[in-house]
Write a protein that binds this ligand. Sequence first.
Ligand code: GN1
Ligand code: MG
Length: 367
Amino acid sequence: MKETEILKHFAIWNEIEQPQPLRVGFINDSFVVPAKRIGETSYCLQRINHNIFKDVEGLMRNIEIVTSHIREKLLIAREENIERKVLHLIPTKEGKLFYKSPDGNYWRLYVLVEPATSQEKVTPKAAELTGEAFGRFQCQLADLPFNALCESIPNFHNMEFRLRQLDEAIAEAANRPVSDVRRKRLEESRDIVEAINSRRERMCLAEILFREGKLRKHINHCDTKVNNVLFDEKGRPICIVDLDTVMPGFVFSDFGDFMRTAANTGAEDDPNLDNIHVDLEIFEAYTRGYLKEATFLTPLEKELLPYGCRLLSYMQTVRFFTDWLNGDTYYKIAYPEHNLVRTKAQLRLVEEQEKVEEQMKSIIARL
Ligand code: GN1
Ligand code: MG
């Protein structure tokens, strides 16, 4: 169904232009819908990937709970420009949070936050402000009981679960004929399997501590990549986007996911592994901003922040590698080897983070 047809189902009252595809993210499809007249509201239309998000209803309810909770906090604090500081869902004409088209697709509409840009790299100053923004985001949600939201993807950041998925992918690939592409992919990456296996137990620490009742869950964003923050023209963070995965989780994993993407001198999918190091200046700046706002952290949660960095890079290694072995069914890829290149780049980041663990700890202690 054409996007223009889809838009007719939403409660938009101003005149709009043709939707334009927006090439961001690996999961959903997004379109910018500009207003016809300058100064009026423009929109962002998204087709939700329901192969990945099976419970669209629950996911949209999560987003509605989180955005209205934050909006209320901003109103109480008498903030200005609230429309730019928290995402605003436009309901359908029937008052629903999404529209299901006859062809079985799910659509939602947000007010477009503008002018704003997203970045793949940040300066230390921007990192500090972003640390504050995420610290505030978690703080604003700290009074919501963690089970107020559902897991829009069950076990999303559960390391034990991600390793089980990998084991299944390995078993499946190993059972295929020698000539099969998935079998070949496995045979050619024994060293990666090795590297993952040697870290398994350590990396499942959070689940163990949770079962022992030593660690709690919060409402987390669960995809705090640097490109999920919108910045204004002066390079200040204004709004946190991509809320599909807001759900219960461990606070340090949100910290770690930002560091995985922003405190890396290379790219997430850098083909040149020599580019990949931990940017400790960014690490320090973000941590300074974050600790200023995240006043609710327990001593254990604070202690686990460097672990959170390694955890998220390791988890992403496992997830990219699983997708590689499965024949690239989950992430959008730009070229055939993309998931393998991503895997190697993330694994190198884990190794680099291990090298500077002590330095990270002393930065945190100093701050
Ligand atoms: C996916 O679509 P995007 O780029 O926002 C993924 C994250 C991964 C990330 C890796 C629902 O996010 O979990 O960390 O790619 N989202 C989902 O860059 O799986
Ligand atoms: Mg995203």
